[in-house]
Write a protein that binds this ligand. Structure first.
Ligand code: CTP
Length: 421
């Protein structure tokens, strides 16, 4: 959309649009990556690659046991950096490595973390390079325990993990499933997505801590018969980006999502719905406990008056579909709002962007409206980027073209300002 509520002509005419700013991610973050002796070490190789792809700066420290499972060469090639392992390396870079490694890092990630390494760290031992480097570190430490279920549940390991949590280390709970030892249970390495989010949260301001936030996302589907429905092109990406970024910033997040093809953001409660009425009912039930509600869903405004139980046959010659209005979820919330609840809506517009955004701000009694252009090639539906204008009763702020996550972060910045008296 254009600055004065006009149209984003660039999007439609194919004229050059500004390049999107990089996503807020792990780019440039310096990760000291400890790998210990578990068969899950091969997964760590994939994670190092993910970090390197994201342009994080990874330095790997391996224990001797880890080298039984995977070679230094693998991590050296994937990280592009020297791999450390010798406590008593005599070269100038290696000699003080147990001190310098953590000084030159923003956080430590140990994955997989074996029972042995966990015990070492819990007792403050410093008898190998990794444990000495962690002992010398005054940066955040994240552990991904991975081991046999019985080892994990052994009181000694549990006590050690409790001790590490007390110290302030972040312990990511192992996933459950079939383990390399043939048993089934807890002890697997978690999904990378969860680990990545944990790292991102370490680097994010926790300015939404303690806030309970509900976000609607995606389209709704309004059935016509058992095989057909009315819907729209919403992918849910903007709402999901809001959920991820809010979680990173410390909020308790509930996502009420229509049918979308996106993975659940780690740490977010996701409630799946299909129709607008289901979404309204779910939001109504959950609204009670919320501090902030964001309507990022593209709720279908109309639904077929009747849903046929059986498939409509073409011989039946249906030439028109009778529609009825769906509830307007944000408008209902705006009408019945309790003091202190902050309401954020979106305005998906093809024309008269700002004017329409202001109308929705007032008519729905919202605190903030995020106006976006649905016709731009890099804004709106089904793309990774967005360019929005933030409207409040007092002012307007136009954001540049950004990734949807970066846009989400800027929306939260504004929400934090509005929520701070
Ligand atoms: N919204 C909603 N329930 C609806 C329709 C919209 O809660 N039945 C919310 C959306 O989630 C968004 C805001 O209202 O936060 C504006 O949605 P939008 O589709 O842009 O506008 P509409 O209210 O449908 O108005 P119009 O059709 O005139 O554009």
């Amino acid at each position: 959309m254009a600055a004065q509520g006009g149209r984003n002509s660039a999007g439609r005419t194919g004229a050059t649009e500004p390049a999107a700013a990089p996503a807020p991610g792990l780019q440039g973050r310096r990760i000291l990556f400890g790998v210990t002796g578990s068969i899950a070490a091969f997964k760590a190789a994939g994670w190092v690659r993910c970090l390197a792809n994201e342009e994080a700066r990874v330095t790997v420290v391996m224990t001797r046991a880890a080298e039984q499972f995977i070679s230094r060469l693998t991590f050296g090639a994937l990280s592009g950096n020297r791999v450390h392992g010798d406590m008593f390396a005599s070269d100038p870079e290696g000699i003080m490595a147990h001190i310098t490694l953590s000084r030159e890092a923003d956080c430590v990630l140990i994955a997989p973390a074996t029972a042995q390494t966990i015990a070492r760290l819990a007792h403050g031992l410093a008898d190998d390079l990794l444990s000495a480097a962690v002992l010398a570190a005054d940066i955040p430490v994240v552990l991904c325990p991975a081991m046999n279920t019985n080892m994990l549940h052994h009181p000694a390991t549990r006590d050690n993990l409790d001790r590490l949590r007390e110290i302030g280390y972040t312990v990511i709970a192992p996933a459950s499933g079939s383990l390399a030892c043939g048993e089934v249970g807890a002890g697997r390495m978690p999904e990378w997505d969860l680990v990545r989010e944990t790292l991102l949260a370490l680097f994010a301001d926790q300015d939404l801590a303690g806030r309970r936030i509900l976000i609607t996302a995606g389209p709704t589907r309004e059935p016509l018969d058992p095989v057909r429905y009315l819907s729209n092109r919403s992918s849910g990406r903007m709402g999901y980006a809001l959920a991820r970024t809010a979680r990173r910033r410390g909020a308790g997040v509930t996502l009420v999502a229509g049918p979308v093809n996106l993975p659940d953001p780690p740490g977010v409660r996701v409630v799946r719905v299909t129709t607008a009425v289901e979404m309204r009912d779910t939001v109504r039930t959950l609204a009670e406990g919320m501090d902030i509600i964001v309507g990022a869903a593209a709720v279908a405004d109309f639904r077929p008056r009747t849903c046929q139980e059986r498939k409509i046959k073409k011989r039946g010659a249906v030439t028109s579909i009778e529609l009825e209005r769906n509830p307007d979820i944000m408008a209902e919330l705006g009408r019945n709002r309790r003091p202190g609840l902050l309401l954020v809506g979106f305005a998906a517009e093809s024309h008269d962007h700002e004017q329409e955004g202001r109308r929705k701000l007032e008519e729905k009694n919202l605190d903030l409206v995020v106006v976006n252009d649905i016709l731009g090639s890099r804004t709106g539906f089904d793309v990774e980027t967005n360019q929005v204008t933030l409207l409040t009763a007092r002012d307007r702020r136009r954001l540049p073209l950004l990734s949807k996550e970066a846009t989400a972060d800027r929306i939260w910045d504004r929400v934090v300002e509005l929520a701070t008296p």
